[in-house]
Design a binder for this molecule. Structure first.
Ligand code: SF4
Length: 447
């Protein structure tokens, strides 16, 4: 029996998918890259973009046609909006919340034997059993660790609080245990995941570590283990970004000097309508503090253009914010209303043409800043984690601690997951190029 999963959306979904694989493989299913060979086909869905929802409908339409040819069960999980949940029940054999994953084998075994009514989502407490599932990692040097599920922030454009429920923090003992196991196995890049990662622990009201304490515990382990690895986290919320978090990062080598801090808009009135609960002044203060405490850190962000009612002037404030902050990367999205989110009740009144123009202007802005930053890296010696072969023949690619993509030539094979030193020799807007100066790490990894 074979299975295949289509994973859409963010790193959280990719991480969830690794746990889904474990549960399915324990039932005796084997992975296949070919959907047409599978007896179990699943989608880990994303509700953030309409494109992802469209993909779910087109894929299930195709899969259901295959049911005439061979035995096939289908499921969907992940971020599913309440409105889509009802529709998916008519198209998929199973629709379950991620917190119900431990029940999937029972659902599959009983399928067709008993009539099962629509699964009733358990409370978010079920997520505790989900976290106990050991993931089937798809990489042997990069991994994600979920530390929290759900969100209490209720940004008006976002459906996550409705698809994943209220915020719940995973026990720090489990997180540290998973991290140590990964490091022991030789993992080099580990990302702590949560919708609101830096409010970790707050739901436990003092009975659990707070986020800076969790980072400190990881830092201490990194220091005592003697292993080299980088730990990232995403996504934090500006409202919960304390100076203490940044100070802890500065203290430990294993805590990567890269901060992803969603801005969403550079205009205070838009931020209020988005219910972001921070102002541009607050955001700028955090950026100044990052520069002071972590002068070498790269800064990434998320921005939405064309949010309902966004005027030219308000958009211009976002452009000015980008001009002044000069991000190393910005994931810029065109606003589209998500059914179930509060802003879906408001007019989506910015024409698509205007949204696209704003997207284009911000992308140009970003490209200018990243090129300037990357140019300044020429002549520097940087530590790089090798990711794999580059598209350019004879070249490999990797990332710096600040997550800047690097390509380099190597006379000998380089194994993904090795750390190497490079002298940076050239720069483009979204990558840099370097010369390999020390192959000891490669040889060590090869031996
Ligand atoms: S902080 Fe806002 S955007 Fe992020 S998951 Fe929560 S509600 Fe959504």
């Amino acid at each position: 029996m074979k299975y295949h999963i289509l994973t859409l959306g963010c790193q959280m979904n990719k991480s969830d998918s690794e746990r889904v694989r474990t549960v399915i493989e324990k039932m005796g299913y084997r992975w296949t890259d070919k959907e047409e060979d599978a007896n179990l086909l699943g989608i880990i869905a994303c509700s953030v973009r309409q494109k992802s929802i469209d993909k779910v409908y087109s894929r299930i339409g195709r899969w259901n046609k295959c049911k005439n040819d061979h035995s096939l069960l289908t499921f969907v999980s992940g971020c599913v909006l309440p409105a889509d949940h009802e529709k998916f029940l008519k198209l998929f054999d199973f629709v379950f919340a991620m917190s119900e994953l431990p029940d999937l084998p029972e659902m599959i075994r009983h399928y067709g034997i008993v009539t099962r009514s629509a699964p009733v989502a358990r409370s978010n407490d079920g997520i505790k059993d989900f976290w106990m599932v050991r993931p089937t990692y798809v990489s042997d040097f990069e991994a994600f660790i979920p530390i929290q599920n759900g969100c209490d922030k209720f940004c008006t454009y976002c459906a996550v609080p409705y698809t994943r429920g209220r915020e719940i923090s995973r026990p720090s003992v489990e997180i540290l245990d998973e991290l140590k196991q990964l490091v022991d196995k030789g993992y080099k890049s580990i990302t702590l995941l949560g919708q609101n990662v830096n409010s970790y622990g707050l739901d436990k009201h003092g009975a659990e570590l707070a986020f800076p304490d969790l980072l400190r515990a990881i830092g201490e382990y990194g220091r005592s283990s003697g292993n080299e690895f980088w730990v990232y986290f995403t996504s934090p919320h500006p409202r919960d970004m304390s100076d203490e978090v940044l100070e802890v990062i500065a203290n430990y080598d294993c805590l990567a000097k890269q901060i992803h801090l969603p801005l969403q808009s550079g205009d205070d009135k838009v931020l209020i309508r988005m219910n972001r609960k921070h102002s541009m002044h607050d955001y700028q203060r955090i950026i100044d503090t990052i520069h002071r405490i972590l002068p070498k850190a790269t800064i990434f962000t998320d921005i939405i253009v064309g949010f309902t009612g966004e005027t030219d002037e308000q958009f211009e404030n976002t452009r000015k914010a980008m001009e002044s902050i000069r991000f190393n990367m910005a994931y810029i999205a065109v606003y589209s209303p998500r059914p179930g989110a509060a802003s879906a009740r408001w007019d989506d009144d910015i024409p698509m043409q205007v949204k696209k123009k704003r997207l284009h202007l911000l992308t140009e802005e970003l490209t200018r800043h990243t090129l300037q930053y990357n140019n300044k890296m020429i002549g520097q010696r940087v530590r790089v984690l090798v990711i794999g072969h580059d598209r350019k023949p004879g070249y490999f690619s990797g990332i710096t601690e600040g997550r800047i993509v690097v390509r380099f030539a190597s006379p000998q094979p380089v194994i993904p997951g090795a750390f190497v030193w490079l002298d940076i020799t050239a720069a483009a807007s979204y990558s840099i190029e370097g010369e390999l100066i020390n192959s000891a790490a490669i040889l060590q990894k090869l031996s």
